[in-house]
Design a protein around this ligand. Structure first.
Ligand SMILES: [Zn+2]
Length: 229
């Protein structure tokens, strides 16, 4: 039983990463059989993982048509971004003056990876850019905040993929550094302002155009993500 749950969690984690890192486009079909094969698990496990992804708003499950990567409407997307912004404001208020040295070092290390990958690997760049926001939420140790913010962070990636401009859906790593410094110094108002400006700038950059990039094949993506996590 425990093994089944761990396996479902593994498939869930891997597919979440693939969606957040924009390796899987909205509306991509997720055939059960193919996923069973790639992850070496049963249909039951894959269906459990789909249910978890659907609860996060990352996958749509339709009877007789199977599962696809979700395609949020523009209105829903705007709602996601607006509420994410408010919750990240709460995150910053929790952390201002409460970030310890090890946490600050961990965040800076992750920001270095953003700089490292920004021009060479889009998925790895996305992993660290979103990882920054996710880590901040985790550092609050507020289960409620994590529970509500996590799916919004993941869904933001889909929203920016759908309605954003290619290669402009990025966070700015230097702004992340400024946020960490303000949090460390206990400058709550400054940190809140930096985070809000950071998210507003990201959304503005993203929504100034709507052209799209091509995507790679589903099998290539599943092969990569079945291995990593
Ligand atoms: Zn960011």
């Amino acid at each position: 039983m425990l093994e089944a749950r761990n396996n479902a969690q593994h498939v869930y984690d891997a597919l979440t990463s693939a969606i957040v890192e924009q390796a899987l486009a909205p509306e991509t079909k997720l055939p059960e059989e193919l996923i069973c094969k790639q992850f070496g698990v049963s249909r039951h496990i894959v269906r459990s993982a789909f249910q978890m992804l659907a609860a996060d708003g990352l996958v749509d499950i339709r009877q007789n048509r199977g599962a696809t990567v979700a395609k949020p409407s523009f209105e829903h997307g705007m709602d996601v971004l607006r509420i994410r912004m408010e919750l990240e404001d709460v995150v910053v208020r929790y952390l201002a003056g409460n970030l310890n040295k090890a946490q600050a070092a961990q965040l800076r290390e992750s920001i270095n990876k953003e700089h490292e990958y920004i021009h060479i690997d889009h998925a790895l760049y996305m992993r660290h850019a979103y990882g920054f926001h996710r880590s901040l939420a985790r550092m609050t140790e507020s289960k409620i905040l994590i529970r509500y913010l996590d799916p919004l962070l993941s869904q933001s990636s889909l929203v920016l993929y759908l309605y954003g401009r290619p290669r402009w859906t990025k966070c700015n790593a230097d702004e992340h550094l400024e946020i960490v410094s303000a949090l460390e110094a206990g400058q709550e108002a400054k940190a809140c302002k930096l985070m809000r400006n950071h998210l507003e700038a990201m959304f503005q950059r993203a929504f100034s155009d709507t052209a799209k990039d091509e995507t790679t094949s589903l099998i290539d993506v599943l092969e990569r993500y079945a291995k990593v996590s």
